[in-house]
Design a protein around this ligand. Sequence first.
Ligand code: FES
Length: 166
Amino acid sequence: MSTSNQPRFSEERLAEIDALVKRYPSAKSALMPVLYMAQQDFGYLSMETQEMVGEVLGLRIMEVREVVTFYTMFKEQPHGKYLLEVCTNASCMLNGADELYAHMKETLGIGPGEITEDGLFSIAEVECAGACAGAPVVQVNNMYYEKATASSMDELITKVRAGEAI
Ligand code: FES
């Protein structure tokens, strides 16, 4: 049952979803792109948002949960406007990712799962980002920063805080 506090897609978004669903043999096939849209619109995938996605696509909540909980790119907790995901897997670790991760946590003054006071940043340690040749890799929202260094990440953080595009 719906309440006014529940997240709702905009009319424009619903039209976009409708057009997307028509491209597939079943609505379930559109689940991942629709989850991306929901994450973009609402910041993260709360249980209420997942329920709404299920309603829109005519799926059971477990069908939505199976996908959300399997793929690490879907976030179930709120995070800062910029989520800095530092890969610390083998190639990145051998190229200084542990030190980089420690430096970034200290610079931001937060640990994993926390948000900076200005609401701009969260940080997380992640498994292989699939860009090992560019190790160490930091993913910032949908962008990859390869051969990341403490100074390049400091620069990025400073730019964001100054309101500059990155
Ligand atoms: S180990 Fe970091 S991208 Fe593969």
